[in-house]
Design a protein around this ligand. Sequence first.
Ligand code: SF4
Length: 293
Amino acid sequence: MTNTIEELVVMAEKSGCKISTLVKKQEAKSKGCSEEELFLKMKSYFEVMRQAANKGVQNEIRSISGITGGEGKKMWNAKDKALSGETVVKAAARAMAVSNVNASMGKIVAAPTAGSCGILPGAVLTVGEKLSKTDDEIVDSLFTAAEIGRIIALNATIAGAEGGCQAECGAASAMAAAAIVELAGGSPRQVSHAVAIALKAVMGLVCDPVAGLVEVPCVKRNAMGAAEAIIAADLALAGIPSVIPADEVIAAMKEVGRMMSDKLKETALGGVAATPTGKNWEKKYAIFKGGIF
Ligand code: SF4
């Protein structure tokens, strides 16, 4: 296994393989199983992602607290009028749809976390559809996403409680950007640039869930994370490099997370959680939890 994005890219360049091909080979070897077994496992995750996205764009799914609900369906229904274009808006709608399913305690794939679970499916399902990719091709791209997530977790963190939302939604967005660059036929080097661009875009983003629930601002941050992944991929595919290499961006993200106040790391004591409206929701939810709401 590789410890850095640079090692991964160089290995892929030397072997002339896609990152996903390399990852499958390495993973099968380290786990002592066949690539086919790994693929089928990943395909089962992909099916969960697709079902959650479909469920959330077709139904108005409300969270148990009632703070959020139906954003995925609303956005999907408004896609024909969207200013940002069909691809971005479909990805955003699917991302929120999956996030709605998560907030209603439905089944999702934490990729890399439950809070950021909509970003990767939103991006890969939409870009896969746009490029007429097969399910198997999309599943393959998830191996690239997974490896990027593993390297970020190894060298920094993917937890909002440790590094802020830059680590959680940032990692999901970087994973999604990597997967869609590969889906679009980009090179391993372009994958690394997309990862760096996606992570830099949210550097310093705080984790500030209202009432400690993964709903506000999380559901909409999933929409933004999916959109950002697509733009990061487009930049990389257009030949626009990240001046700062991906591994250095990951190290910087870790350091920013370390410098961040604990109030901004999933404690619901800062950011939008500490606004008057955020505090009102917290009070309402406390009553709800006590069975009075
Ligand atoms: S704000 Fe915090 S809980 Fe919400 S998605 Fe970001 S990291 Fe996760």
